[in-house]
Ligand binder design. Sequence first.
Ligand code: 8OZ
Length: 373
Amino acid sequence: MATLFDPVTIGDIALNNRIVMAPLTRNRSPGAVPNTLNVTYYEQRASAGLLITEGTAITQQGQGYADVPGLYTPQALEGWRKVTDAVHAKGGRIVVQIWHVGRISHNSLQPEGAKPVAPSAIRAKSKTYLINADGTGSFTETSEPHALEIAEIDGIVEDYRRAARAAIDAGFDGIEIHAANGYLIDQFLRSGSNHRSDAYGGTLENRARFLFQVVDAVTQEIGAGRVGIRLSPVTPANDAYDPEPQAVFGYVLKNLARYALAYIHIIEGATGGPRDHQQGDHPFDYPALRATYVAAGGKAAWMTNNGYDKALAEKTLRDGEADLVAFGKPFIANPDLVERLERNAPLNAPDQATFYGGGARGYTDYPALEQVA
Ligand code: 8OZ
């Protein structure tokens, strides 16, 4: 029976343990370029079986928040190379979460102040994070998006492909496609944000078309064994809504089984909130979702996330409901989370006020156990 501390190989990536650091937006890469502070942060957490970076924009158009990193300039790739080298020197593994925010953006972040892009011209009831001229941060309403023309969509798929190649060139062990939390791919999937009547709207097949174009492109480019995907079937994050999530995500998982992916990453419930959050008439059936995937021949590792502690994570592995568990906030506050869980040591509490933006405080200054002792 596997424990959290046992190694596992997922696709082409060999992990030292089954404890994953979830992707966490921290807004500490001005100019979209990873810097030495970011290197220290990831290096401190390299004992995780797998580090998933914060959401990393594939293009400036894919940017939705101040000071999040990108993968689209030579400077950013040089910055990421220092991160991947540092993590590998500590024996860790790291994938980059590739991200296009779609409508969750603001004109001021877009190339030439353009409108953000989306499946339909429907503004999200959601906020984005900007940094003011005086350096203080503020949450601001998202801007009204422009509905993508069919002719624009292939170019964005190519942006994902190029980002996947750039990630491997920068030394990452793989990529995670961010298809969760109400961003561009999720906007296509759900009927709340997709009102199209062309080949990208209406039926499940059409709403999932963009997702599968992206999966095709990145798996062709770097090999499916270096690709994971993150989904959040019922999250209300960023105004994501669909009344029939079981049907939508059942369709997605059934078709993802065609690819020999490294992992499937499922956020259970409301991202960062209640695990039992529901959309539509029924509680979401996660075991049924996995059963659909397995019945279709899917073999990727199954990663779960949201509000786990050690006891729930161990039970989930024991019951065979997951192969890996991703922890978010506990990794913000505990660089040595793996060691603390193994020794049943107390955890540092995260400081919400320093999650987004700022410097070393609340980022690289959480003590490890031996610093406490
Ligand atoms: C929190 C703040 C900003 C962005 C996500 C990338 O929800 C995010 C995010 C989270 O996936």
